[in-house]
Design a protein around this ligand. Structure first.
Ligand SMILES: C[S@@+](CC[C@H](N)C(=O)[O-])C[C@H]1O[C@@H](n2cnc3c(N)ncnc32)[C@H](O)[C@@H]1O
Length: 276
């Protein structure tokens, strides 16, 4: 029998979709077993860049801007085991972290004892935004590139807009194109890219949105769009872009990273999302 995701908390909307976006759970279970604390840490077998110096230096730069909040409520969407949130909370914010992986949330709680941070398992595309309240700082913890469907990306950015205070700051950290497909196929053998979505071979039918190619099942795991398109998505969601940093493919990686600091656009702007 297939499992239906049902987060028993007022912070999430009810959903009937089977395990959407829960593929990371498998990696976190392995990380926990092997004593690896954060996504992207050497030996984790993950290719994320959560501990990457780029992320840390961007956070430092964006939070020191005159228009950035200096304290208050911070939330990280796709917080994993919480390294970014812990860094931010040490600067004077109280924290809230949401991640779709149950194991990541358990690990985040263990690693954040004594800090003013709450963690919750849930899907960031399906938030009950009224229950969460408003935040001075909303951080996308390298989560947007994990959201592969256009309507979900809209719902997610719409949720960000709803939970951000009018004078709050949205910090986006994401993988982006252009991609180096040669490097991709060397590094990710057996994976496929179709219309900017990366698919990995997958057998467990209890996961939602599996796709069949040549008789085999695949799970969509990443959406790597061009950095200019991502900026367009963020603008259409109602944000004014204040600080943008794009790093093209570095070392042996197959794509770049985009880091953005954005404020809510003043009334009369180009906000166009529908969503939740
Ligand atoms: C690249 S990892 C980064 C984790 C963490 N921010 C860090 O820096 O270590 C992306 C995270 O997004 C989470 N994620 C992906 N899709 C999600 C969704 N729809 N809702 C909530 N979390 C999601 C994954 O479980 C994963 O922990």
């Amino acid at each position: 029998m297939s499992r239906i995701v049902g987060y028993k908390t007022p912070f999430m909307k009810k959903t009937k979709i089977k395990k959407p976006y829960e593929g990371h759970e498998i990696a976190y279970r392995r990380m926990r077993k092997e004593g690896i604390l954060v996504w992207g840490q050497k030996g984790s077998g993950t290719s994320g860049k959560s501990c990457h110096p780029e992320t840390n230096s961007f956070l430092k730069d964006v939070l020191s801007q005159p228009w950035a909040p200096k304290s208050g409520r911070a939330i990280e969407l796709g917080c994993g085991t919480g390294p970014i949130l812990r860094r931010v909370c040490k600067r004077g914010f109280s924290g809230f972290g949401i991640d779709v992986s149950k194991t990541a949330i358990a690990m985040a709680k263990e690693q954040s004892k004594g800090l003013d941070i709450k963690f919750l398992q849930g899907d960031v595309c399906n938030l009950n935004t009224r229950h969460l309240g408003k935040f001075d700082l909303v951080i996308d913890g390298l989560c947007l590139h994990c959201i592969t469907e256009t309507k979900d990306r809209r719902a997610y950015l719409d949720n960000v807009f709803k939970i951000l205070k009018d004078d709050g700051l949205f910090v986006l950290l994401t993988m982006c194109g252009p991609m180096d497909k040669k490097r991709f196929y060397e590094a990710c053998k057996g994976h496929r890219i179709v219309k900017k979505v990366i698919y990995v071979p997958f057998e467990d039918k209890s996961y939602g949105r599996l796709v069949k190619f040549d008789g085999k099942y695949y799970l969509p795991t990443r959406y790597i769009s061009h950095w200019k398109d991502i900026l367009g998505e963020v603008r259409r969601a109602g944000f004014e872009l204040k600080l943008i940093r794009y790093n093209a493919t570095n070392s042996k990686y197959f794509c770049g990273t985009l880091t953005v600091g954005a404020l809510k656009e003043k009334p009369g702007g180009c906000r166009k999302t529908g969503g939740s």
